[in-house]
Design a protein around this ligand. Structure first.
Ligand code: AMP
Ligand code: GLY
Length: 426
């Protein structure tokens, strides 16, 4: 088989973990990462480019003879990078590991995804959709809604578009800010109001070829900044895999009630979807419900999923392209994996960056996936809210966690913060 020159899009811990996995494949000839970070620079060539600049991506693909494009984040997919590539004769042969613009709406529009789930009877929280046109009706709906109430900006809002209101007053304020004051710009012109579900969350990842799919190892992410799952939502402070409550019986329900109807639904609606589907699920008394869809892998879940996925990732994407995922068996590493995210003090609110990260060279059993980092001469500097994902294997989850925390004790940068209780419930 012919090896690929691969272009990976993104700059987070997820992309470093993907780069780590892709470069283990004999089917990866060369790896380019746009824009990448100090970690990805160790595994391939970083290229500074904006992910929305499709002309620039085209130029790179032609120059570097790229045959596989792997959008790590949702940005390019929601903007239609798949359609752009497939419509251009110079690019159409390139495998794009992600859905068409229509498929990416599963993540790009909460209103679209809720309607889609309703059409295909996929379990999700009861909801209604409001905008300027039915604003007054929305206020009445909120007034009668049981507490707490979940309000979601329709479009992409960098993970910040969800408000959980514990009083009606709070809900009215959030509703007004989103719709009347365009708090999240065009993204919050439409708002989905949904019932609050109580349960424990789980991230499930499918790779679909449009007809068949495989499930990757599942994971659980820890979104809140504070220990005991308190405080503001972040991009993710850590993750574990496997997830103890995701046993065979529960995963069978996930497949039957959620994954299969989703893939069949996309196909029945004529939506091209060859790529990853991330199901953000919640376990309500043993029954899975969809909280959200994403059209890409999760971050920081990828920083554990890639440790546990034994298959060659490039071979999986070739099988996806050939629509032969029914012939593939996913092999999961028997060990547990965890990741603990080191973040800049202050994150997810204001924080400073540009601090030297110490201890990166110390011997460790862990994998250090860079998120917000950059090189400055011979130093690695902090360059974002989430800085380094410290991932480890263990015979048990506890052992994996011990491995990451031991490694963290050797690492330091000014105002470094992290959660000391990842995996606390298990
Ligand atoms: P989302 O951006 O849709 O993933 O929402 C962000 C977070 O808000 C989720 O990970 C959940 O923790 C929480 N959330 C969203 N929708 C609901 C819901 N219907 N019930 C309970 N929690 C929710
Ligand atoms: N970890 C959640 C996400 O990637 O959206």
């Amino acid at each position: 088989m012919k090896a690929h020159n691969i272009l990976l899009l993104g700059s987070g811990g997820r992309e470093h973990a993907l780069a780590w996995k892709l470069t283990q494949s004999p089917l990866c000839k060369a790896l380019y990462i746009a824009p990448g970070n100090a970690g990805t620079a160790q595994l391939g060539t970083n290229i500074a480019v904006a992910l929305s600049d499709f002309e620039a991506l085209k130029k790179i693909c032609i120059e570097k003879e790229i045959s596989l494009l792997f959008p790590g984040s949702e940005e390019a997919l929601v903007l239609g990078v798949w359609d752009y590539f497939k419509q251009d004769p110079a690019l159409a042969h390139i495998i794009v590991a992600g859905p068409s613009k229509a498929g990416a709406q599963l993540e790009g529009s909460k209103a679209f995804s809720k309607k889609f789930m309703q059409r295909h009877q996929i379990p999700t929280a009861a909801y209604a959709e409001f905008s300027e046109h039915n604003y007054e009706e929305g206020l009445q709906y909120l007034a009668q809604h049981a507490l707490p109430i979940v309000l979601k900006a329709d479009g992409l809002a960098a993970g910040k578009g969800v408000v959980i209101a514990f009083s009606h007053e709070e809900a009215f304020v959030a509703f007004e800010q989103m719709i009347k004051e365009a708090q999240f710009g065009a993204a919050s012109k439409t708002v989905v109001v949904e019932a609050f579900l109580t349960g424990i969350e789980l991230s499930v990842f499918a790779l679909s070829d449009g007809t068949h799919y495989v499930l990757l190892p599942e994971a659980k992410d820890y979104k809140r900044i504070g220990e005991g799952d308190k405080g503001l939502n972040t991009g993710g402070m850590g993750a574990i895999s496997p997830v103890p409550f995701a046993d065979a019986a529960f995963m069978q329900k996930v497949k039957d009630l959620i994954v299969e109807p989703t893939i069949k639904g996309l196909s029945a609606e004529g939506i091209t979807y060859q790529g990853f589907i991330f199901f953000g699920l919640i376990n309500v008394g043993g029954e899975p419900f969809v909280i959200e869809y994403n059209c890409r892998m999760g971050d920081p879940e990828t920083e554990v999923v890639m440790l546990r996925l034994e298959n060659d990732l490039v071979a999986l994407l070739e099988a996806m392209q050939a629509q032969q995922l029914d012939q593939v068996q996913v092999q999961c590493h028997p060990k547990a994996a965890c990741t603990v995210m080191l973040v800049s003090g202050g994150y997810p609110e204001a924080f400073e960056k540009g601090f030297a990260i110490k201890g990166l060279q110390a011997p460790t059993q862990s994998l250090l996936f860079h998120a917000g980092t950059k090189m400055a001469e011979d130093k690695v500097l902090t360059n974002g809210g989430r800085v380094i994902a410290v991932s480890s294997y263990g015979t048990t989850l506890k052992e994996a966690l011990q491995g990451s925390y031991d490694t963290i004790s050797q690492l330091d940068f000014q105002h470094m913060n992290y959660r000391k209780d990842i995996g606390w419930e298990f």
